[in-house]
Design a protein around this ligand. Structure first.
Ligand SMILES: C[S@@+](CC[C@H](N)C(=O)[O-])C[C@H]1O[C@@H](n2cnc3c(N)ncnc32)[C@H](O)[C@@H]1O
Length: 403
């Protein structure tokens, strides 16, 4: 992870005016100071239109500066150049650094990296779309894309080095039918239109035999797989875990309208990296293929309010610190307030809430900024799915209360 250690970071010297004018491709925004630990800061930054936070942690006689873990963009070249720029404009005394400012020539542009908004209604995609979840080294996905030029492929991964590796290969192999998305697949399917995908591959997911709640495949996930597959569309699971294989079967045995095929130790055209590993160890490989036989109902639309204005509360003096550590537990979702950070500027005080929330199985991080009468999500707006639409309503109500 790109980082620098510096001797000192003087927040007083950071000027909000760095935001304007644009300094090369890096734009710095507000600097927020934690209200629970005066040694922690988050700095809003935008590089090549990707927004994220730089985290500044004062530790004894040195200061660590790195990207905030959950907002970290991929590829991480943008983090390298943002840290370098920050050090220059603030004249920081660098003690040590692992910055690499010479990125691979294939990772200078990221046109094959999808943003979640690109998936709305799947506009711009071919009629035929296939998805691979957790593509890892990308061996299987790259081969599929190369051999099926009439199909558009979407790869979904959360491991950033794997994403960068495949982005590089897409450029090198000049593939124009493969795009990748840096996102948790457990949430993503809920955003896709019904009956829109002809195949979903889930090859060698982490089995989590000891902690099954961490698996990608759950009842909720399986319901979404069925909804997004078109009639005749297939879902393919390959695994070396007998335990995962058996419990996956339980998810669909009661389904009225599917066709399934169970196989053991059958070969497929391309061995993924993990498949090769398990074959070398002479493990059994289980294969489950499900074909959807029905046309699913249209997806219900859910919204996150775009309205920034909230009721102006003249006496909004509450510092909300009692929210820290507070957990809001509902049947379908929860919220946990991690930190509250402040940024003072000529227009008053902006308050940043760092929150973890969502379903119990696949929560994500939410950054919400509040000032006297405006509320705004930073970095990215929550997904327009049922859970986040409820969370959005809850947060608006919470902050519209006048204390
Ligand atoms: C054991 S590896 C298998 C990789 C590849 N399919 C193969 O067969 O070589 C599992 C992969 O799934 C990814 N992964 C785990 N949870 C995920 C999630 N919720 N969404 C997307 N990818 C995920 C991991 O980062 C990892 O690359």
């Amino acid at each position: 992870m790109p980082h620098i250690y510096v001797k000192e970071f003087n927040e007083e010297k950071y000027k909000y005016s760095f935001i304007n004018p644009q300094i090369d491709e890096v734009k710095f925004g507000k600097l927020f100071q934690s209200q629970t630990s005066s040694n922690r800061f988050l700095l809003f930054v935008e590089v090549f239109h990707r927004e994220f936070f730089i985290e500044i942690l004062k530790r004894g006689d040195k200061v660590l500066i790195k990207s905030e873990k959950n907002s970290r963009p991929s590829p991480n070249y943008s983090v390298h150049i943002a840290l370098d720029k920050l050090a220059k404009i603030m004249n920081l005394d660098i003690l040590s650094s692992n910055l690499n400012l010479k990125p691979s020539p294939h990772l200078k542009t990221w046109d094959n990296l999808l943003q979640i908004e690109n998936l709305k209604n799947l506009n711009g995609f071919k009629e035929r779309i296939q998805i691979e979840i957790g593509f890892g080294s990308g061996r299987h996905l790259l081969d599929l894309a190369e051999k099926n030029i009439n199909v558009d492929f979407i790869g979904i991964e959360i491991y950033k080095p794997a994403i960068e590796q495949v982005l590089k290969q897409i450029k090198i192999q000049n593939l124009n039918n493969l795009k990748v998305l840096d996102f948790d697949a457990r949430q993503l399917l809920e955003t896709l239109p019904s009956n829109s995908i002809e195949a979903i591959y889930l090859h060698f997911p982490v089995p989590w035999d000891e902690q099954p709640h961490r698996r990608v495949l759950s009842k909720r996930f399986f319901d979404e797989v069925k909804r997004v597959l078109n009639q005749g569309g297939i879902f393919e699971l390959r695994t070396d875990s007998e335990e995962l294989f058996k419990s996956s079967m339980e998810l669909f045995l009661n389904e009225p309208q599917i066709k399934f095929e169970l196989q053991k130790n059958i070969k497929i055209d391309v061995e993924s990296k993990y498949e090769s590993r398990w074959l070398k160890m002479q493990k059994n490989i289980y294969n489950l293929k499900i074909e959807s036989l029905e046309i699913s109902n249209e997806r219900q639309n859910f919204y996150i309010s775009k309205n920034k204005n909230i009721a102006e509360c003249i006496n909004r003096t509450d510092n909300f610190l009692d929210l820290i550590g507070k957990r809001e537990l509902k049947t379908e979702w929860f919220l946990n307030f991690i930190d509250i950070l402040d940024s003072n500027n000529i227009n008053g005080r902006d308050r940043l809430f760092q929150i973890v929330g969502g379903t119990y199985l696949a929560p994500s991080e939410i950054f919400l900024m509040l000032n006297k009468n405006q509320i705004e999500y930073l970095i990215k707006s929550p997904l327009e799915i049922e859970v986040y639409s409820e969370i959005d309503k809850y947060l608006r109500e919470l902050f519209e209360l006048c204390y």
